[in-house]
Ligand binder design. Sequence first.
Ligand code: TLP
Length: 345
Amino acid sequence: MTIVDLRSDTVTKPTPEMREAMSNAEVGDDVYGEDPNVNKLQEAAADMLGKAAGLFVPSGTMGNLIAVMVHCQRGDEAIMGDKGHTFSFEAGGISALGGVFPHTLPNQADGTLKLDQILGAIRPDDVHHPISKLVILENTQNRCGGVVLTKAYTDEVGKLAHNHEMMLHIDGARIFNAAVALNTSAKALVEAADSVTFCLSKGLCAPVGSVLCGSREFIDKARRIRKMLGGGMRQAGILAAAGLVAIDTMVDRLAEDHCRARELANGLAKLDGIHFEMGMPETNMVFPSFGSEIKDNAADLAKKLSSEGIKVSAVSERRLRLVTHAWVDDAAVQQTLIAFAKVLA
Ligand code: TLP
């Protein structure tokens, strides 16, 4: 049986071109700043995002944590979405390791945080309060359905933060999906941000790694914190070589993943009891919800689909997540639709 793995775009494997680049990669000790491929990747990534400098980090989680720890001192407060990855899926690292206090606001269905709520969350200068230092946005916003935040919205949040002497960090794990969906550049989408993390190891198919980008001064501080967290890697050029192929060759093809996500959603919406919010999906994530006509809960359905070779994630009692990526072709979409029809029959 052919297995179709739709649990996440993190399951992608390196392309043959990446494997070749990895095996031929010239390397050096990156803690000394001497790995040529890491240096090249950091420069190329920073350039793509319009920032002065970049830092190769082992994961998106570490990139976000380092950004928060550079922007905030212990006891400071960071404003973020309650459906954001940093609040929900990073094991509380910003508090456990950074001593940073999260101030959550409800993510709206379109992934945004309301501007008036951000404004209302900023603390007055009073000894009773923590100091508000940072706003975090996520683009695409994963749990809201892989939705995109526009440049206009992000610029508004940046202006608001800077007017209050605060910083803006963007968790841009999938910023290139957002850029492709909006037919704009990632650079434009993060122009207002003081720092941004993006992932090489999701839709871009590299095996490991993310790049944190920002000003030269920010990255100098980030490098020290990466070392503190144990993220200083040595001959990391083996990984960076794959990252370079990822940013050179894998960005434009994300449009195919978005197309297949729409085909999946269109096919699933024809089945009794499966619903989608209007306009979804916007990128490569498909979140079908189930009406009461479907007896199984999401976990049971995921188990049944798995025995048909289709791997999906149950994200709540009545909701699944299916993520398209380079390893999901047209045949895989059809196989998935047939399996859903069978388990729901
Ligand atoms: N997301 C993973 C899981 O952790 C939920 C997934 O399968 O979607 N920011 C965002 C928006 C993410 O979606 C993720 C990974 C990360 C950061 C963390 O990246 P890694 O896994 O490299 O630490």
